[in-house]
Design a protein around this ligand. Structure first.
Ligand code: AMP
Length: 279
């Protein structure tokens, strides 16, 4: 992959990159279209599929994370992806099984809140894999989904801080018809859990309406209680967090108004789901 990327670079070919963990859905494919738009018909679009062990906690779903490479390859072909990059563990973490792999990339600010609080080693895994993939794929532009808002903010920060010559593009969240944000993990939602998962988008809609109808700012503490109430109505849903924050700095805000960003994480059954929106 790196040899190919260097050859493209020498001949001035632009490369648009979409990193994923596979089990692709329409949200991933919208990132592919965005990447194509960024590099044009003569550019190359690379999509990577790698379920990165370093971004999963010890009690998380790494081993059961859904995988279907044959289907993913077919979708990529149809979507006009030029190269699907599926690296091995040994090429990404050389010597890890012998305990000699020892280099990680850590972002120390934006990674500490929300997802970072609930999943303490998650962003260390994300920044490490994305930095490594940037060094291999040598992209001109890389596209990330707004679905993982904090992740996009952390990667933007890392790209600036480490002087990666990569343009970071954040593309909108794609949703199912009933507004559930698309996610590979939705596969886990069996039976009534699929319906209960709608509590996330309901909470976002509720707060968006509250903010739109308010003459001045609303107290985050009050909205927090209302969201907890909406999630609490579903028997198998548990609110992990809901935060109201500045969309760029991720700084928590006590007063919520139009333009404030909201993110939440909810465990539905055994599946942890996240969603966010600008209010
Ligand atoms: P994942 O395979 O879940 O690691 O996601 C790979 C990329 O797809 C990330 O940049 C995600 O933010 C993005 N993504 C995941 N779900 C969606 C969605 N529903 N809409 C848009 N982008 C998404």
């Amino acid at each position: 992959m790196q040899r190919q990327a260097r050859s493209w670079q020498r001949s001035g070919v632009r490369v648009g990159f979409v990193p994923t963990m596979g089990y692709l859905h329409a949200g991933h494919l919208s990132l592919v279209r965005r990447a194509r738009r960024a590099v044009g018909p003569r550019g190359k679009v690379v999509l990577s599929i790698y379920v990165n062990p370093a971004q999963f906690g010890p009690s998380e779903d790494f081993s059961r994370y859904p995988r279907d490479l044959a289907r993913d390859l077919k979708l990529c072909r149809q979507a006009g992806v030029d190269v699907v990059f599926t690296p091995s563990d040994e090429s990404i973490y050389p010597g890890k099984d012998r305990g000699i792999y020892s280099t990680y990339v850590v972002e120390e600010g934006l990674s500490k809140v929300m997802e970072g609080k609930s999943r303490p080693t998650h962003f260390r895994g994300v920044t490490t894999i994305v930095a490594k993939l940037f060094n291999v794929v040598l992209p001109t532009a890389a596209v990330f989904g707004a679905k993982d808002w904090q992740q996009a903010a952390v990667i933007r920060r890392m790209t600036l801080d480490l002087n990666f010559p990569v343009k970071i593009i954040v593309a909108p969240t794609l949703r199912e018809r009933d507004e559930l944000a698309m996610s590979s993990r939705n596969k886990y939602l069996e039976g009534d859990l699929r319906r209960q998962a709608l509590a996330l988008s309901q909470a976002l809609r509720h707060v968006t309406r509250r903010v739109a109808g308010a003459k001045s700012g609303l107290a985050a503490a009050v909205l927090h209680r209302e969201v907890a109430e909406i999630i609490g109505r579903e028997p198998q849903a548990r609110l992990d967090y809901v935060e109201f924050f500045d969309p760029d700095t991720l700084a928590a805000l006590a007063q919520v108004a139009r333009g404030t960003h909201m993110a939440l994480a909810v465990v539905v059954g055994r599946t942890r789901l996240i969603d966010n929106a600008r209010l």
